[in-house]
Design a protein around this ligand. Structure first.
Ligand code: FAD
Length: 616
């Protein structure tokens, strides 16, 4: 039977309407391309809305000493030098202009006394660098971009899930999916497609990520022939809520520590002083007294170890909890109440105040929060060419969290929102330039019908078919238990066996009811992408036999110099995932000189006192 599929045609189709997608669409449209923005949530509701702490850019409003060179160095160091140097350079150079442009388009940032955009401290940044709007920066960013996009006349198609990229002769010709509201099928013909679909946190049980984060874009790109890189590099943010159970994983912004909050264990000890890696010692206060002095008097520019990069802090919390020095609900304490006034906390961190009051009945102006690591971000993803955001598939571009390279082995806080603006714009430019040289593609009916059959298949299966919710729960459990903060070969192999079994079961997944707003069906389709990403993460984690940034192997606790020179590339060939190692492009001498000789690795064994506790 032939399924009816609605057809729409554009020059450029952008899949995803978070910061990266909207910025890309604005740019493509500004270049004269007929542009569509497609998203599976409501317009204005993307994951970017949840971003709290700010946008990193060397604006030099708080610290004159800051520069793009220092931002570049911090980003590369934070990423343990696994970053694509050219992306880190473009990002550091262009993010100030992108923030000022956002302000020009109407974003209302917090201000310094002189009326400049205020910048706050965040982990791994040498200088206070994050432009912010209280702890609701993402909301302001999306509001501003959304308004700008609407006035540009860009067509927005919301509540539309794209399931597959369409190709001809190896190049992209469009994409196909379904309207969530009606369940009807739709295909977009496009000369160029930009992926801006975000990450894959929903494959883990404890995550700060929204329901949209099922890895659709990463899996679709891989299936269309694109390369993925460094999928093992997942970021566990050190501070998610740990209770009540129903809200476990929800983010507690790094801004709490940036504004004076400190981490303590059950003995009341500021344990981060025990975990300062040698590499950061020169930049970091050695004693509590010095760190306190830094808060009181920012002129000496010392750093508190509470603001070490996220991978370091997450591993330290993990180690404290494993050593029996955790809080009652399995985290540690984050205390801002004893250093800042109630008024200051409510003004600077209004969302955090309400989040804890409403979800946990805790008043953070009087009591310490309980926090613990939560899966937050994926540094790995689709490989892109830095200047144009082109993937390895002609006509396919990618920007934002779905893309890889910019953050290396560990992302610094605030560097995602700036990444979205810098590379969203570049992806829009790249896609529009590509589209201007191509004729309108013809969609292949056979491909469309094959996509339609796969999308509707869960309705056609009999009673013995699998329940999508159970499969999702199993996947999350195995990823949480076996592909977590600290990994071993045995656990990763177990995860691979589980994923294989789950994939076989997912092939028989069955849904009840009709196509209209059917969440079981939506999840049944999302499962395929989550399983693909989970497999790519696990295989890459097994392959990288070292500890670096977001990837810690208890059975290989040190960083390895040779691994530090390699990306792990994942491709799909004849239906199976194939991994290869490729040398990372090296920065030119003038940028190399900015980095110095030391290589921060984030190896688990470097933190004093953490050695035996990293895994138990
Ligand atoms: P998103 O904003 O997630 O947008 C993805 C879009 O793709 C959505 O519109 C979604 O509907 C759409 N989509 C997905 N799949 C499909 C599909 N199959 N078909 C159609 N549409 C699809 N970073 C910072 O730099 N600073 C911060 O302060 C900060 N705070 C954060 C706080 C929280 C709680 C979290 C979770 C993250 C935070 N981050 C922060 C990280 C940052 O918010 C994200 O990395 C970033 O917003 C990702 O943006 P994006 O444009 O790539 O994707």
């Amino acid at each position: 039977m032939t399924e009816s599929v609605q057809r729409l045609e554009y020059d450029v189709v952008v899949i995803g309407a978070g910061g990266a997608g909207i910025r890309a669409a604005i740019e493509a449209s500004a270049q004269g391309a007929r542009t569509a923005l497609v998203c599976k949530s409501l317009f204005g509701k993307a994951h970017t809305v949840m971003a709290e702490g700010g946008i990193a850019a060397a604006l030099r409003n708080v610290w004159q000493e800051d520069s793009w060179q220092v931002h570049f160095r911090d980003t590369m160091r934070g990423g343990k030098l696994l970053n694509n140097w050219r992306m880190a350079q473009l990002h550091a150079q262009e993010s100030p202009d992108r923030v000022l442009e956002l302000e020009e388009w109407g974003a209302l940032f917090d201000r310094t006394k002189d009326g400049l955009i205020l910048q706050r401290d965040f982990g791994g940044h040498r200088y206070a660098r994050l432009a912010h709007v209280g702890d609701r920066t993402g909301l302001e960013m999306i509001r501003t971009l959304q308004q700008h996009a609407v006035h540009k006349g860009i067509d927005v198609h919301m509540e539309c899930t794209i399931q597959r990229l369409l190709t001809a002769d190896g190049a992209v010709t469009g994409c196909a999916g379904y309207w969530r509201q009606t369940g009807e099928l739709v295909a977009f013909g496009a000369k160029a497609v930009v992926l801006a679909t975000g990450g894959v946190g929903k494959a883990w049980k404890i995550t700060s990520n929204s329901w949209e984060y099922t890895g659709d874009g990463i899996a679709m790109a891989l299936d269309a022939g694109a390369d993925l890189i460094d999928m093992e590099m997942t970021q566990f943010h050190p501070t998610g809520m740990v209770w009540p159970a129903s809200v476990r994983g929800i983010l507690v912004t790094e801004g709490v520590r940036g504004d004076g909050g400190t981490l303590k264990n059950s003995e009341g000890r500021r344990f981060m002083f025990d975990y300062i890696p040698d590499f950061f010692r020169a930049d970091t206060a050695d004693t509590e007294r010095e760190a306190d002095a830094w808060y009181e008097d920012k002129v000496n520019n010392r750093r508190t170890p509470d603001l070490l990069p996220r991978d370091e802090v997450a591993r330290a919390i993990n180690a404290e909890v494993k050593a029996g020095r955790g809080s009652p609900h399995g985290g540690v304490f984050l205390d801002i109440a004893s250093r800042r006034s109630a008024d200051y906390i409510r003004r600077r961190l209004p969302s955090m105040y309400h989040q804890f009051k409403e979800l946990a009945d805790v008043d953070i102006t009087a009591t310490a929060m309980e926090v613990g690591p939560t899966l937050h971000y994926i540094m790995g993803g689709v490989r892109v060419e830095p200047d144009t955001a082109a993937t390895t598939v002609p006509g396919l571009f990618a920007a934002g969290e779905v893309a890889a390279g910019m953050h290396g082995a560990n992302r610094l806080g605030g560097n995602s929102l700036s990444d979205l603006l810098v590379f969203g714009r570049r992806a829009g430019l790249g896609a529009a330039a590509y589209a201007s040289r191509r004729p309108a593609p013809a969609l292949d009916d056979a491909q469309l019908q094959a996509a339609a059959r796969d999308i509707l298949a869960p309705f056609a299966r009999d009673e013995s078919g699998e329940d999508p919710y159970q499969l999702h729960e199993r996947l999350q459990s195995t990823m949480q238990a076996n592909v977590g903060i600290v990994r071993t070969a045995g656990e990763l192999e177990q995860a691979l066996r589980d994923i294989e079994r789950l994939r076989a079961r997912a092939a028989t997944v069955r849904v009840k009811g009709g196509r209209t707003y059917n969440p079981g069906w939506n999840l049944a389709l999302d499962l395929g992408a989550m399983l693909t990403c989970a497999e790519a993460v696990t295989r890459s984690a097994l392959r990288r036999t070292e500890s670096r940034g977001g990837h810690t192997r208890a059975d290989h606790p040190k960083a390895d110099k040779e691994w530090g020179k390699k990306n792990i590339v994942t491709q799909r060939r004849d239906g199976v995932l194939v991994l290869a190692e490729e040398p990372i492009p090296q920065p030119p001498p003038e940028l190399q000189a900015l980095l110095g000789d030391d290589v921060p690795t984030g190896a688990a064994a470097t933190a004093t006192g953490a050695k035996e506790a990293v895994r138990s």
